[in-house]
Ligand binder design. Structure first.
Ligand SMILES: N[C@@H](CCC(=O)N[C@@H](CS)C(=O)NCC(=O)O)C(=O)O
Length: 221
């Protein structure tokens, strides 16, 4: 089998997590090479990725010599290659799914940027600032509205790329601040998402690793 996913450390690579998840959910066989993106080896390892992928980042999917880079492209490829498309058939639901995917992919990282994915695995979590709580509550309300609108358990009805795209953000937010009864659909959705077998597989492995401490988490000087 000549399909290789260049992935990353389980407790650091939120983008690889998404690509890996889409391939797994679609039952697409692949070999995985984990690229160590911890500092300082991160830079030399990613430079090697740059020898065959323009973005010099992970994830990268090498499908028999054909290079697909960027998590979003790999997720769409997985959706089309597998038998259960991960985008809705309905044009509006599909546009909504793509809006949510694009939001996460482009600007969502600015929301609580100090709650990076790595921090979800810290044994001791910091207390959130008022601004962080407000930002997370705002996102919970947006997720709640989408689930309500599409009348299913997931963001746009059935399980889709939109749900997969948000899994790492769900992990980093809920590990610091759980949704309460103001967001009943989000409570249910996060529970379902986090108990999906492949999500659990990745997170179980992540939680067994040495945490990766990054500056900025505790607003240290
Ligand atoms: N837009 C890219 C982002 C990928 C990305 O930033 N990956 C990180 C590791 S999780 C990386 O390789 N960063 C290298 C860099 O910042 O140059 C994607 O969605 O695949």
């Amino acid at each position: 089998m000549n399909r290789i996913l260049y992935s990353g450390n389980r407790n650091a690579s939120s983008w690889a997590f998404r690509a890996w998840l889409a391939l797994k959910e679609q039952d697409i066989p692949f070999k995985e090479i984990i690229v160590d993106i911890r500092r300082p080896q991160r830079w030399s390892n990613l430079a090697e990725i740059g020898n065959f992928s323009p973005a010099a980042a992970i994830p990268v999917l090498d499908d028999n010599g054909f290079i697909i880079f960027d998590s979003n492209a790999i997720m769409e490829y997985a959706s089309e290659l597998g038998t259960n498309a991960l985008l809705p058939e309905d044009i509006k639901a599909r546009a909504k799914a793509r809006s949510l995917v694009a939001w996460q992919h482009s600007t969502f990282g600015r929301i609580c940027p100090c709650l990076f994915f790595e921090s979800a695995f810290y044994p001791e979590k910091k207390a959130l600032s008022d601004a962080e709580v407000t930002a997370i509550e705002n996102v919970y309300s947006i997720w709640e509205d989408s689930i309500t609108l599409f009348k299913g358990k997931y963001l746009v009805g059935n399980y889709s790329l939109a749900d997969i795209m948000f899994v790492p953000s769900v992990v980093r937010f809920t590990s610091h601040y759980q949704p309460d009864e103001r967001w009943p659909n989000v409570q249910n959705w996060t529970k379902i998402l986090l108990s999906r077998p492949f999500v659990k597989e990745w997170l179980d492995e992540a939680s067994q690793l040495e945490p990766i401490y990054l500056p900025g988490y505790r607003n240290d000087p």
